[in-house]
Design a binder for this molecule. Structure first.
Ligand code: IMP
Ligand code: MG
Length: 174
């Protein structure tokens, strides 16, 4: 606990759910075809790290860095900071996000990667806030659906702080 957070999803609950997602993903993809996980920085850092180790297939991991938030508000504009270098044409791609909120970030990324002609592209998000959606996006794997509340920890930040909390906490602005 910190002065501005209270535990919302415990470390244990996250671990159990990530293991379940890993099993579901392992069962859904053929083991003999390369799977590319693309993590969306910085929020998906810990989720990608834990999820990738719970998938039993050989994997390629790449990272993309984008931002759209200022404080606790989405600006609606997605800025690219760092792009991937893996060739994804004819490959299975799984985008790994921390949270789908308005849907703008993941929708922009989906369009960005679809131009590179992957064999398949699916979305795996740790958290989903469906009540905030502005752009409709398909979500293939989701850890937890949450109400419209700002959360931090396990990768998620408030102005770059709190990412390293081992749990997901409800954030009360100071
Ligand atoms: P979207 O483009 O509105 O779907 O926003 C997605 C991005 O906003 C996520 O990848 C997060 O970085 C950030 N975000 C949205 N909701 C929260 C939250 O509750 N806590 C921390 N970051 C959030
Ligand atoms: Mg993010």
């Amino acid at each position: 606990m910190t002065p501005h957070t209270q535990v919302f999803i415990s470390q244990k609950a996250i671990q159990n759910r990530v293991a379940e997602l890993g099993r579901a993903i392992s069962a859904a993809y053929p083991p003999n075809r390369p799977l590319i996980l693309i993590g969306v920085l910085r929020g998906a850092l810990y989720f990608l790290s834990d999820l990738s180790r719970s998938i039993s297939h050989p994997l390629v991991i790449d990272l993309i860095s984008v931002s759209s938030y200022e404080g606790t508000n989405s600006t609606g504009k997605v800025t690219f900071h760092q792009k991937t270098s893996t060739h994804i044409a004819n490959k299975d791609v799984l985008l790994i996000e921390d949270i789908v909120d308005t849907g703008r970030t993941i929708n922009t990324l989906l369009q960005h990667f679809q131009k590179q002609n992957p064999r398949s592209i699916k979305i795996c998000t740790l958290l989903n806030k469906p009540s905030r959606r502005e752009v409709s996006v398909p979500i293939h794997y989701c850890g937890f659906r949450i109400p419209d509340q700002f959360v931090v920890g396990y990768g998620l930040d408030y102005e770059q702080a709190y990412r390293n909390l081992p749990y997901i906490g409800l954030f009360n602005a100071p």
